[in-house]
Design a binder for this molecule. Structure first.
Ligand SMILES: [Zn+2]
Length: 218
């Protein structure tokens, strides 16, 4: 068993690429959300702690997240594991490194899907969504415009620009994200397992570059 890590900013398509890698290489897909729900439903000790933290309205702290992840890894896996959304902070990355070496678990690929902030911003700001909740079709003013301006191709409802999709909202989210992400990236960048792929390409091409990195170790 080896542990692989997929990193990337929100909007990089990381979640979709993770799913495809998991299918292609038969990996175990691990997200902290899934581990958390599992531990809470099984009422493990750390699951009960996490539940109490969430019930008090707080974010689950690094030590608790690490504890949940390590407990899950200790149960073992058949085949390799792909982390998606973990580690999220420098503290988590350091603790994971120590855990893996004490458990003699190998670190496989650490891959970052790199997309410039400006490109992410253009993706977000140009997004238009169908106002009909039953439809929910997503468009982009440049890369995927509707046939008729402002109207959904599928159901004819007006398209809307969500308040989360403004440049201001995007920049504020990115500033929060980068405050944790840049130190995390700095930690991995100088390690031999680290690779970066160009995320400013079509999803199919991004997937191809990811596939090139995996066969050896998966
Ligand atoms: Zn629609």
């Amino acid at each position: 068993m080896k542990v692989h890590i997929l990193l990337g900013p929100p909007g990089s398509g990381k979640g979709t690429q993770a799913k495809r890698l998991v299918e292609k290489f038969n990996l175990n897909h691990l997200s902290t959300g899934d581990i958390l729900r599992d531990a809470v439903s099984k009422e493990t000790e750390i699951g009960r702690m996490a539940k109490a933290i969430m019930a008090s309205g707080k974010l689950v702290d690094d030590d608790t997240v690490n504890g949940l992840v390590f407990a899950r890894l200790q149960q073992g896996f058949e085949g390799d594991v792909l982390f998606d959304g973990y580690p999220r902070t420098l503290q988590q990355a350091k603790a994971l490194g120590e855990f893996l070496s004490t458990q003699m678990i190998g670190l496989g690929n650490v891959v970052n899907i790199a997309v410039p902030d400006g490109v992410l911003e253009a993706r977000v700001v140009g997004r238009r969504v169908c106002s009909n909740n039953d439809c929910g079709a997503i468009y982009h003013v440049e890369s995927k415009p509707p046939k008729q301006d402002g109207i959904c191709d599928l159901c004819g409802s007006p398209l809307k620009h969500r308040s989360d999709d403004t440049a201001e909202a995007f920049r504020s989210r990115m500033a929060d994200f980068n405050a944790s992400f840049q130190p995390l990236l700095g930690f991995y960048e100088h390690q031999p397992h680290y690779r970066s792929v160009d995320g400013n390409l079509a999803p199919e091409q991004v997937f191809e570059s990811l596939v090139q990195l995996f066969p050896e170790s998966a």
